[in-house]
Structures are given as C-alpha cells and as structure tokens.
Ligand binder design. Structure first.
Ligand SMILES: Nc1ncnc2c1ncn2[C@@H]1O[C@H](COP(=O)(O)OP(=O)(O)OP(=O)(O)O)[C@@H](O)[C@H]1O
Length: 849
C-alpha cells in the first residue's frame, strides 16, 4: 500500500476537495445520428439538439401529445459531436477524481443500439489514458492502478479475468461497502497492459456478451444487436487507484488515498415485453428486466430525496452500483438516444430516466486509508495517553474533566430535586382534590337525606387551598391594586396566549383573580348598624334616607367598584367608580371616564325621565354632553326604583296588605325577567364567563340577592348603552370597546379550554362533550366545548350546564354568603327581607360530574 502523509492529506482536503462534497449526478445526453439501416428504412429523425443543454422533439404531427417537447440536461450532444468532446466536457473531470482519492463512476444508459458501447469504449480508453498520463506527470507521487472486470449475466457475476467461469458472490464489507468477493485484481503497468487484460476478458466473457461485441464493434460500424444486448446485464470495469507522496512511502505515520473508477456499460433499457419471450431468452429477459427495472426504481426514489426504503438490494446490478447512485462517489451518466421516429417511446423513457437521474445527489469524499503501521502507531499513542490518565488522576486534564462531570451531575441532581418537589406538590394537590370530591359526594348524599350541608361546604372551602388562596386574595388585596397588576397595554393583547401560561402554572388562578367585586363600602354595615333595630325604614336597602327636601339620597358613601377589576375584560366593568356625598350632603357619582367632568352632582329634580320597573328606559339615552348625564341619572334612578320596589314589596308583605301568594308570584315573574335580561346582556356585552358563573351560582334570587341582581342589571345596561354608541368604557386607566371585550372573552375561552384536560377525567369529558353535542373524536373539541359554554342565554339547560362546567374548571365552590362577601357586597339585609323564599337561578342543576 502506498502512503501519503497526514500533512499532505490535510493540504489536499483543503485545496482540492472537501472531506465530503454533495453534488448532483452529472447527466449527459448523447443523440447518435440515424444509422444506415434507419436511413435505408426512410426513418425520420424526430430529435434534435437545439443548444448545448436541450434536446427538442420536433415531430409536428404529434404536437398535441401530453409529453414535453424539450428536455434539458447538463450537456447534450448531437450526432456530429465526437466522443472526445463528450469525454472532455464533464466526464474527464469526474473520472480523474480517482487519482485524488475520490471514487467515481461513468455509466451509459439507453436503449439497444443507441450507442452505449460506442460511447463507453472511447470514454474508458480516454480515461485510462489520462489516468496514466496523470501518473506519469506526477512523479512525486507513487501510484498503483489495479484493474478488474466483471460481467453480470442472468443475475450471476462472472470474473472476466479468470477462466474458471464460477460465479462470484457479493459481500458487504463494513468499510468498503458491497464488494465482489474474490474478483481478480491485476496491477496495471501501462496502457498496453490494459489492452492485454482486455483481450483476456474477451476470451472469458460470455460469447454473446457485450465485451465480445465491444471488440467487434471496433471494426464494425453498425450491428443489429437487440438479442445480444438482452443477453447481458452489464459489464463493469473497475480500476482502483492508490496514491501517496513518495516522501511518505513506508513512513510509519503514513496514510493512503484509495479510490475506484468504474466504467459501466449497461444492457439496453428496453422493457421485458420487447425481449424474446421463449425459453432461455425469457429467463434472460426477466433478469434484465429485474436489473434495469430496479435501477429505474432506485433512481426514481433517490430523485425524490431518499425518503423511505431504497431497494438497492433487489438486484445485483443496483447492489454494485449503490455507491455510484447515492453514496460515496462522483457519478456521470451518459444517456444515449436514437433519433429514429420508430424509437420515440424508448427515447422518451431514456429521457425520463435521465431527468430523474439529474436530481440524484451523491456525497463523495476523499478515501483515506491508514497503513497498518500508522494505525498501530496511532492506537499505541492513544493507549499511552489513557494509561497516563489512569495512573495520574490528578493531572490537570483529568481534574478538569472530573470537575466538569461533577458540576454536570450536581446540576442534574438539582434539576431532579426540583422535579421531585413539583411532583410532590402535584400529588398533594391531587390528594386534596380527591378529598374535596369525596366531601362533595358525601354532601350530595347528605342533602338528599335532608341533612344540612353548609358545614360540609365550609369544610370543603377550608380544605381547598386553591379556593382559599383565591378568596384570601380577594379579601386581602385592594381591588384597584389588583386591577393594576393585570393592566395590559393594547399591544400586549396579541401576546396574551403566550403570556398567560407563564404568569401562572395553573390558569385557574388567573381566573380567580379576574373575578372582582362591587364594593359598596361601609354602606351595608353602616346601614345594618344604624337600622338593624329600626324597622321603621325598612324599605330602603341601599341605606338611603329622606333628606330635608324629601329627596332620597344614597346614604353613607356608597361606593361601587367593578365586579371584575380586570381591565382586559371590559364586559365586567361597572361604570361608576364611586358614589359619594357632595358638599350639600347630596350624593355625587364620580365617573372618571366621562368627558364632561370627574364629578356630577346628582339632583333628583333633573330626573325627568321615568324608568320602568327595571329602570331600563332612560338608559337608552346616548352619552352625549347631556346624554351622559341623563344616563348616569338613569343609572341612579334605577337604584332608587329598585329599592323602592323592594320596599313596597316588603311593606306589603309586612303589613299583610298584599297577599303573600300574589307577592310571591309577582316576584317570581320579576326575578325571571331580570334573570333573562342579565343572561342576554352578559352575552351582548361579552362578559367574562367566570364572572357569569360566579354570579349565577352565588345569587339565586333570594330576597337578599335582589340588590346584587339589580346592580348587575343596571351595570350591564349601562355598558350595553356605551358600547352601542360606539363609546369606550374607561376602567382603571384602560379603555375598552365592544371589540376589545370580544377579544378578552375569546382569550378567556382559550384559557378555559386549557383547563378542560386538567379538571376532567376522560370519562367526565366524554359525558360533557355528549351533553354539549360535540363529537368525542372531533378536532379541537376542547375549544368547541368552551365556545359552547354560556353561548345561548335563552337555553336554561345550557346555562345551568355551562355554569357547572366553568365552576369546575375554575374550582369554584359554592360558598353562599362567604363568596358574596368576597364580591364586596356586604349588605346584611333586614331579617324580614331574608325571611323570604328563594327563587333559584339554578332551577334544575343536572349532574354533570
Ligand atoms: N454517436 C454515434 N455516431 C456514429 N455511430 C454511432 C454512434 N453511436 C452509436 N453508433 C453506432 O450505432 C451502433 C449501435 O451502437 P452500440 O452498440 O454502441 O449500441 P448499444 O447501445 O451499446 O447497444 P447494445 O445495448 O445492444 O449494446 C453501432 O454500430 C455504433 O457504431
């Protein structure tokens, strides 16, 4: 083996060829002239090379066909073009790569008598001559050229340099890939020696083989060879070239460049149907068909990018050609064509093959083989280094390695400890939820059997850490500061989906924070403290009292805040920020978002418009210069009317003037009407689903709840009015429109959809999907579900089910009064009011879970 030094190898790699270079197969097309027979048969030449790269089909009679009329390749050559040019243009560069340690191959593909052998004969001669030329010109390098030749015939491989005629086997070599086992290799001395060897091949090859014809062809210009070509798969000439710089020969640390150039003359590409179809010929036809069909399949698959299995092993031909087709080789394919009209289909097939072939890439690299000595030396060096390290663990290098390893391990341990802690947390949480669930079951059973259950709920409340923290958050954090914590600029909106999960691992916490309160500070307690024993003025649950002018005013700094302080959910905002008393003792409402001033004194005499039983009429007035005032007035009017009605009802009931039966009926109807209106307004104003759920579950239509319901109704009407006028609502420095409220609702639905998988088991989800008419296997079913939630205010069953689902998603536990207080409405209505029966919002709560 001849060797080159490492230095030299590096130099070659740098300057002449990268270690591995990906390139497409070079595809050349050669169109031969009409042969004598074709001319004699008056054949027309339908194909023409119109420039260096394009072949044109010029049969105008067939213009209507679906086939393209032009085909382009790296180079095309017409009939007049000599083989020398075909060789010089591209093939030479590829073939000579072998002297630089790069495998290469040149093969000819085409139908019988299209000129494959004619071309390959010359190409092989030119290439071998040039290789020797190169060798002689580079005396500083030591070359060795070895020659071998095989033929593949009926899927049998024969060694053409051996006379015993036994068929050779293919072997998969871990380093060299597929090799022909025991093939004779002759070291070439010069060009004459090659000619001698070729004559040996001529004797040993199949009498009908291509090689014998090859030599015949040298003296014959034309031959009809259809049958002969079918009798042979291909002839492959291998020339293995090894080289090194002479100065490194026999040096211990030497390496060798080894590469092979293959010249492959394939059989005709005709289909088996064109083969002779009897006896031994049929068998030959089948083999040929198999080889060439496999070649076609392989090329087609490779041209599509090597996806899936490539069936190289389906034929001997493709096994041998594997490196040339997609591996470590530079490859040129010369596709030969006949221009005759009678061969148009075969010509097209060849062109299609060529088209695919030009998409195939190979990745050739310089093949460096180390001599045994060099390899041994390198291994010894490596061994010595490892031994030194073992003997001396304190060496700086190993110390450094150890320290690095320890650091890595430490980090890993830390990470795992965090994971363990997280898993523990999750386990505890799961446990507590399980306990909750068990309590709920117990509670349900207890309530069925008539046992009071509020205590159970209280237990649940105390045990549910999420809910507890939520409630304590609500009660301990001032609503406005909480709101500020969630203020977003409009530009943040688009990022919400990405941001929300980062803000909190559990999205439900976000929702807990979103549910805010209306605070009527002091009023309730003040009223209650002042009037708990004074049933003389029981009719004003707002704590209003008649002033000197007989006007009714809101008592003791009744201040209102939003049910939902989260500014990104405008549907839940409440317009008046505060109601206070002005210097006259009359009560003022402060609307920081209104343009006409920060404070408007309320004077009942201004209130010329009447409100209906709900106070809804006046609110239709637009918020203009005057309209804004009237809307506010209406808002306040509503409160008065509401309180008045409640007073009347209470008085009537208290005095017994109205029959209880009549009172109950009318209140039921009123409650129903208000409820329906609120449900619809929630939908219209895009109110948060969590808010709807909390409100729905907390306020059941008890007498004590009527104030909340009234406030909610007015708030929503006010909001609807603002939105319908295209106005914005300002809340905590942030403005909202109907569109932004819709966006906020959309975001909320998305967040809720993320909780569906967390909060419900598979079985529960199936039941819920079923209830909401969502196909269990449909795409994005969670999103479908949350889109359905609270979507139809007229469908009470859906409302009830939606409330249940959302409550479960945000882990709401019905806490009655405690939750109401969390909302900030801390009225304690007089006992005669609370003594009434309830009109439940939740008429029938289906069992979902
Ligand atoms: N470019 C050319 N110029 C002149 N004659 C050519 C050319 N190409 C091929 N021929 C002639 O066409 C005939 C068939 O060529 P050749 O035997 O090389 O075809 P082939 O494709 O190898 O066929 P087969 O598959 O049967 O081996 C030969 O007589 C050859 O001399």
């Amino acid at each position: 083996m001849v060797a080159v030094g490492e230095e030299e190898q590096k130099k070659m790699e740098k300057t002449e060829m990268p270690v591995a270079r990906e390139e497409k197969i070079l595809v050349l097309v050669r169109l031969r002239p009409l042969n004598e027979k074709e001319i004699a048969a008056n054949e027309a030449a339908d194909w023409e090379c119109i420039n260096d790269t394009t072949v044109l089909y010029r049969n105008t009679l067939r213009e209507g066909s679906n086939f393209p009329s032009t085909y382009s390749f790296d180079r095309v050559y017409g009939g007049e073009c000599p083989t020398r040019q075909v060789y010089e243009d591209g093939t030479k560069e590829i073939a000579l790569s072998v002297v630089k340690g790069i495998n290469c191959s040149v093969f000819a593909y085409g139908q019988t008598s299209s000129g494959k052998t004619y071309t390959m004969t010359a190409i092989t001669q030119f290439a071998v001559a040039d290789i020797f030329d190169y060798i002689f010109q580079h005396e500083e390098r030591a070359f060795s050229v070895k020659f071998s030749a095989i033929e593949i015939y009926n899927e049998a491989i024969r060694d053409l340099l051996s006379s015993d005629g036994t068929s050779l086997r293919l072997r998969d070599d871990p380093e060299k890939g597929t090799v022909v086992e025991k093939a004779t290799e002759e070291t070439l001395r010069d060009w004459n020696h090659l000619k001698e060897l070729l004559s040996v091949c001529e004797v040993t090859c199949c009498p009908e083989s291509k090689l014998s014809r090859y030599y015949n062809l040298c003296s014959t210009a034309y031959k009809d060879s259809l049958i002969l070509s079918l009798a042979l798969d291909c002839i492959v000439d291998f020339q293995t070239v090894e080289s090194s710089a002479r100065e490194f020969v026999d040096k211990e640390n030497s390496t060798t460049l080894v590469a092979t150039v293959s010249f492959i003359d394939l059989a005709g590409s005709e289909r088996a149907s064109q083969a002779m179809s009897a006896g031994a010929r049929l068998k030959e036809g089948c083999h040929i068909n198999r080889s060439l069909l496999t070649l076609g399949t392989v090329i087609r698959k490779l041209s599509k990018g090597r996806q899936g299995h490539i069936n190289f092993r389906d034929s001997k031909l493709t096994r041998i050609l594997q490196p040339c087709l997609g591996g470590n080789s530079r490859t040129a394919i010369i596709c030969t064509l006949s221009p005759a009209r009678s061969h148009v289909e075969l010509t097209r097939n060849t062109l299609l093959f060529a088209r695919c072939a030009k998409e195939v890439t190979t990745k050739a690299r310089i093949n460096v083989v180390m001599s045994d000595k060099a390899l041994l030396k390198q291994l010894q060096r490596e061994l010595a280094r490892l031994e030194t390290e073992l003997r001396n663990p304190a060496s700086p290098a190993s110390n450094c390695d150890c320290a690095m390893t320890v650091r890595k391990k430490d980090l890993l341990i830390q990470k795992m400890e965090k994971q363990i802690a997280e898993l523990r947390k999750q386990r505890d949480l799961a446990q507590s939820r399980l306990e909750d669930f068990m309590r709920m079951v117990e509670h349900d059973e207890a309530s069925k059997s008539g046992t009071p259950h509020f205590g159970n709920h209280t237990d649940k409340w105390e045990d549910d850490s999420d809910t507890r923290s939520f409630i304590s958050d609500r009660l301990s954090t001032p609503p406005l500061s909480r709101a500020r914590a969630y203020v977003r600029s409009p530009s943040d909106e688009d990022d919400l989906d990405e941001e929300l999960p980062r803000r909190s691992e559990d999205p439900s916490e976000e929702y807990c924070r979103e549910v805010q309160c209306i605070e009527i500070e002091e009023s309730a307690t003040v009223y209650y403290n002042n009037h708990k024993d004074e049933r003389a003025e029981p009719n004003d649950v707002l704590g209003r009292s008649a002033d000197a002018n007989g006007e009714t005013s809101v008592g003791q700094n009744v201040r209102m805040r939003s049910w939902n302080q989260r500014e990104t959910v405008p549907g839940t905002s409440t317009p008046p920020e505060s109601l206070g008393t002005d210097f006259l003792g009359r009560h003022k409402i402060v609307f920081p978002d209104l343009e006409f001033g920060s404070s408007v004194s309320r004077n009942d005499s201004m209130s010329s418009f009447g409100s209906d039983s709900t106070g809804a009429q006046g609110i239709r007035t637009p918020l203009g210069e005057e309209g804004g005032i009237t809307s506010i007035r209406t808002f306040v009017e509503g409160f008065k009317d509401m309180a008045k009605r409640q007073g009347e009802v209470s008085n009537a009931e208290g005095s017994g003037k109205m029959g209880r039966h009549i009172g109950v009926d009318s209140m039921d109807m009123e409650f129903e009407r208000q409820r329906q209106e609120i449900l619809e307004l929630w939908q219209t104003c895009n109110v948060s689903l969590v808010h709807r759920t909390y409100f729905y579950l907390l306020f059941k239509g008890d007498q004590a709840d009527s104030i909340y319901i009234g406030v909610e109704l007015r708030r929503l009407m006010f909001m609807k009015d603002r939105f319908s006028q295209g106005n914005q609502a300002l809340e905590g420095g942030e403005t909202f429109t109907l569109a932004s409220s819709r966006k906020a609702l959309h975001r909320e639905r998305k967040m809720l959809s993320k909780l569906v998988g967390k909060r419900f088991s598979g079985e529960e989800r199936t039941r819920i999907y079923h209830k909401f008419g969502i196909a269990v296997n449909s795409k994005r079913r969670r999103l479908q579900l949350v889109n359905e939630l609270w979507s139809n205010p007229k469908d009470m069953t859906q409302v009830v089910e939606s409330a249940d689902v959302v409550a479960k998603l945000v882990r709401f536990a019905e806490q009655g009064r405690a939750m109401k207080e969390m909302f900030g409405l801390t009225f304690t209505p007089p006992s005669f009011l609370t003594a009434q029966r309830s009109h439940s919002w939740r008429k029938s709560m289906p069992t979902l879970f």
